[in-house]
Ligand binder design. Structure first.
Ligand SMILES: [Zn+2]
Length: 203
């Protein structure tokens, strides 16, 4: 359970997000809704949006980076990881998480932006998204980039809804395809080694 005080602090953060990310005509209604939420409702909202700190009390994004929390990783570079949002608004909705717990937009490393660019490109080409909109989000003090694909044929969900595990795995497979190929190569090398071994074992 979160306290009244925590609830108010979280509300303030959510409202900041709304102010900087929501379309003008939807801001007022969204803000009213947030203001009226009880601590219980705030907690439920945070859980549904996968924004609640993990049980260990650590920032949820940091525990995704460290691998303590399960995630659907699709790409990675030295400074950031890309994972699928498990409550997507549209297919392949993704998050770019800087590996370091950075607290503001200005501190997001260039490599994280680079990763956002390459993942967006991949989403566009693999899923024929019309565009991918990138938005900054900061919850629990960890600044991340949300990549929201927009499709011509598919309607955007009105609310963040949990995706099926199989569905996420399928998208993960498609988006992280290049890495799978590298993995196959490694397997091949192993097989060759084994076949070199064989004649020695059989006299
Ligand atoms: Zn963090």
């Amino acid at each position: 359970m979160i306290s009244e005080q925590e609830s108010e602090a979280i509300k303030k953060q959510i409202i900041e997000q709304v102010v900087s990310n929501f379309p003008e005509d939807k801001k007022e209604a969204a803000m009213e809704k947030i203001e009226s939420m009880s601590p219980d409702e705030v907690e439920k909202f945070m859980r549904e949006n996968n924004r609640m700190a993990s049980d260990s009390g650590k920032c949820v994004f940091c525990s995704i980076v460290s691998g303590e929390s399960e995630s659907f990783k699709i790409d990675e570079n030295e400074k950031a990881v890309a994972v699928l949002d498990i409550n997507p608004l549209s297919k392949a909705h993704s998050l770019i998480i800087p590996k370091e717990h950075v607290s503001s937009k200005e501190k997001i490393p260039k490599d994280a932006l680079k990763l956002a660019g390459s993942v967006s490109k991949k989403i566009k080409s693999k899923f024929s998204a019309k565009s991918v909109s990138a938005m900054n989000q900061n919850l629990f003090g960890h600044e991340v980039i949300s990549l929201l694909p927009i499709y011509e044929t598919e309607k955007m969900k009105k609310e963040k809804t949990p995706a099926k595990k199989e569905e996420l795995e399928e998208i993960q497979k498609i988006l992280s395809g290049e890495k799978k190929k590298i993995f196959k190569k490694e397997q091949k090398v192993k097989v060759i080694k084994e076949s070199v071994w064989m004649p020695k074992r059989i006299p």
